[in-house]
Design a protein around this ligand. Structure first.
Ligand code: F6R
Length: 610
């Protein structure tokens, strides 16, 4: 979703802003723009489409200046075009502003501003901010004060950066419900909604909290509470490397991230498990979070992370016998939660910034639930606001469609469930140790599947012109089927539905004919025989079957139009293995259809609006 970058310093301002925007582009966007104060005069350039369009607009211009802001916009209010693109500027063109988030009460503010003579150009909610600031600047010289007064009238979420000709040394910033950081350099400073925009310049950052406002100059920073007093902020040092954000010779980030999965799991094992197979999850035993007497988990997450949550239910209930509910965050948020005591709300989120998931943990905390989160991005809002956390250690994921992070979520959930099973005394040390040995084998198994990528590509290309797909699975592999279908529709725009195979006869079987490819996730698990019957039902109706089966399973071959074998592994780890060919099928279909694999249309990496 939208990304903000701002810079004050002596480097080539337009290229710092453009490179920053480019590094935010993985989040998904449909227009971009920058504003720079050059020789005391503010200028703005905006373009619909890719950042390269903005770059073309700027090429040949000699832009001097030491202060600027920019944004990649993902349209919510108003179509993607140049007028609606950010930065927005004031009537006098002397103030510019970029905004991520949604101003919920913009209609009523807009009406008042129009009455006062303001002329609106765009269809955006954001534009009210700039007109309101301009109005407040009639009674103060301070841009920060004008923004603060504006925000006192605002209902909604925002991260904001604004600059003014009248104060050409400062970028004024504010945050509520949408991330914003200050990054500190030597005689230069940056602001951004995402660490990735600044990672090549500095690793020292200050995280703005909700309801904070402030400014950065070349050599100083200032932060206060909105309507309150100054806040002394801690400077944190990021331990990521910008090389995570390179393609390293792969055609797409998604492919690179699929191929990184064995090393992701090896890394997770090294972080959480010692050589004697003891598990250490240091950040879940906080003084105010006791998982050993939990009665119920309520998992809430969105998209791929929700699929990981569905698998977590199987594992937690089986290893620790703790009742586990799973909900989609946008649904959980608006239902009446019943607290029974000793309940823990679990959030699963790659970005740690998903608006619905974050809102749920805030709602849960207000009702005295404890919150345990599984997040990939350290220091994200969900990380910082949870009582306990398990990091996914997937490294930075750039491809919009989640791959290695899903695998990392499954591996960490597996480790956590074993740990809980031990704490609840439903597993003993030997059992736990054997289960961990199983996990240790998984990276090699994934490598063996990746070696078959050309074979998988041939199968994918055979079906790439089908306009719909069905994915089926049972037990732990029902969520695997859901995830396979989600991946395909996200990156290839082909309609795909995931179903519990046992549900076929209750409706979806009506879809099956000789043209429908049905991807059947059928490793040898407890429900294998049932799954075989379900595949039989598909075959009888002439459906085309692409079966993911256990290596050595010759019997199932007779039911398969195409078959992809995965190594034999413990049932609860089969979702990890089966997901790899499903990811590759989606990737190669999307590639063949010439789709934008890493940045599929309409999608955003970090969904920071409701
Ligand atoms: C799908 C995908 C999304 C995310 C969802 C939640 O490939 O990436 O469905 O899983 O938007 O995002 P996080 O995990 O960041 O909360």
């Amino acid at each position: 979703m939208c990304g903000i970058v701002g810079y004050v310093g002596e480097r080539d301002i337009s290229s710092v802003l453009l490179v920053g925007l480019e590094r935010l582009s993985y989040r998904g966007y449909d227009s971009s723009g920058i504003s720079i104060i050059s020789n005391g005069e503010l200028s703005t350039w905006k373009k619909q489409g890719k950042i390269v369009e903005l770059n073309n607009l700027l090429s040949g211009l000699s832009i001097k200046g030491s202060l600027g802001i920019g944004q990649t916009r993902w349209a919510t209010h108003g179509v993607p075009n140049e007028v609606n693109a950010h930065p927005h500027f004031s009537e006098t063109k002397k103030i510019a502003l970029v905004h991520n988030g949604i101003i919920e009460n913009y209609m009523e503010i807009k009406k008042r501003l129009i009455k006062n003579g303001h002329i609106f150009r765009s269809e955006t909610d954001t534009e009210v901010l700039i007109h309101s600031i301009e109005e407040h600047l009639e009674t103060t010289d301070s841009l920060l004060e004008a923004l603060e007064k504006t925000l006192s009238e605002i209902v909604g979420t925002y991260s904001i950066a604004t600059i003014s000709e009248a104060d050409p040394e400062k970028i004024v910033i504010a945050r509520k419900g949408s991330p914003l950081i200050i990054a500190l350099g030597k005689d230069e400073n940056f602001v951004s909604s995402d660490i990735n925009a600044i990672l090549t310049h500095t690793k020292k950052v200050i995280y703005l909290e909700d309801n904070e406002i402030g400014y950065v100059t070349k050599t100083s920073t200032f932060v206060k509470e909105i309507g309150g007093s100054e806040v002394q902020k801690e400077v944190k040092v990021i331990d990521w490397s910008p090389t995570d954000a390179e393609k390293n010779g792969y055609e797409h980030y998604m492919l690179k991230e699929i191929f990184e999965q064995p090393s992701v799991i090896r890394n997770i094992i090294s972080k959480y498990i010692d050589k004697d197979n003891n598990i250490t999850l240091s950040k879940i035993h906080q003084p105010n979070l006791d998982i050993s007497n939990v009665n119920r988990f309520i998992i809430q997450a969105c998209g791929t992370s929700w699929h990981a949550g569905l698998i977590a239910k199987y594992l937690i209930e089986s290893y620790a016998r703790v009742l586990t509910e799973v909900d989609i965050s946008s649904e959980f948020r608006y239902r009446q939660m019943i607290t029974q005591g000793h309940d823990i709300v679990m959030a699963i989120s790659q970005s740690g910034e998903t608006a619905d998931t974050l809102a749920c943990i805030r709602e849960a905390k207000s009702k005295f639930f404890k919150v345990l989160s599984f997040v990939n991005v350290k220091e994200s809002s969900i990380d910082r606001e949870s009582d306990g956390v398990v990091y996914s250690y997937a490294g930075q994921e750039i491809g919009v469609a989640s791959t290695k992070n899903f695998i990392a979520q499954l591996a960490t959930i597996y480790i956590f469930s074993i740990h809980l099973g031990l704490a609840k005394k439903h597993l003993n040390k030997e059992q736990a140790s054997e289960m961990i040995q199983e996990l240790r084998r998984i990276p090699d198994y994934i490598e063996s599947i990746l070696k078959k990528s050309e074979e998988i590509r041939t199968i994918a290309e055979k079906y790439c012109f089908s306009r719909e797909f069905l994915f089926i699975g049972r037990g732990v592999n029902y969520p695997t089927a859901l995830e396979g279908a989600l991946k395909l529709k996200e990156i290839s725009y082909i309609h795909a539905t995931g179903y519990a195979a046992g549900e076929l006869k209750h409706g979806p079987i009506a879809l099956i004919d000789a043209k429908l490819p049905v991807v059947c996730v059928a490793p040898q698990t407890l429900t294998y025989e049932k799954m075989v019957s379900n595949i039989q039902e598909v075959k009888t109706r002439k459906g085309k079957t692409i079966i993911i089966a256990t290596q050595g399973d010759e019997d199932i071959k007779s039911l398969a139009d195409d078959i992809i074998y995965i190594p034999k592994a413990s049932e609860d780890l089969t979702p990890i293995l089966a997901s790899v060919p499903l990811q590759l099928i989606s990737y190669y279909i999307a590639l063949k259809l010439d789709c934008d694999v890493d940045q599929p249309r309409n999608l955003a990496k970090s969904v920071t609006v409701e």
